[in-house]
Ligand binder design. Structure first.
Ligand code: NI
Length: 160
């Protein structure tokens, strides 16, 4: 178990495409454990392997504390509706933007035992699925977000 460093925007690795996992090795299991520690210590709701410097198609999403989804080779298989809300990223600290995402998203992925599963999430969970899967193709939310200004950020922090 270890907390890994989170790669920040500006690092070219975040723009690279991650490769599928072909075999669940002890190293992959270790990576999943380390990513979980890293996500929890950063208080995030999602993390992609590329954010800890590993170009593999692996993401974690935990929008409800204790309800962690480990997704290997995840794919979006259906989307429905639309939402517009606030989004941030552990690789882009201190910034937030407004993005448009589907309201409901279904993802098919493999778990750590190699078993395929499907999960459907709405609102924040749907947003997190899209955000994390984008990371696997080198896409960051700042590419298509309307970023908050400093005044808007100040207001946001005041509300907290
Ligand atoms: Ni992110």
């Amino acid at each position: 178990m270890a907390k890994l460093n989170i790669v920040k925007v500006g690092d070219e690795i975040l723009r690279k495409k991650s490769r599928p996992v072909t075999e669940i090795t002890p190293r992959i299991l270790q990576l999943l454990d380390d990513m979980k520690d890293t996500l929890h210590s950063a208080n995030g709701c999602g993390l992609a392997a590329v954010q800890v410097g590993v170009l593999r198609r692996i993401v974690l999403v935990e929008t409800e504390p204790g309800e962690l989804f480990e997704m290997i080779n995840p794919e979006i298989i259906s989307v429905e509706g639309e939402q517009e809300d606030l989004e941030g990223c552990l690789s882009v600290p201190g910034k937030y933007g407004i993005t448009k995402r589907p309201m409901t998203v279904t993802v098919r992925a493999m778990d750590r035992n190699g078993k395929t599963f499907e999960v459907t999430g709405s609102e924040l969970m749907a947003r997190a699925f899209c955000h994390e899967l984008d990371h696997l193709d080198g896409v960051l939310y700042i590419d298509h977000a309307k970023m908050l200004t400093q005044d808007e950020l100040d207001e946001l922090y005041e509300e907290e």
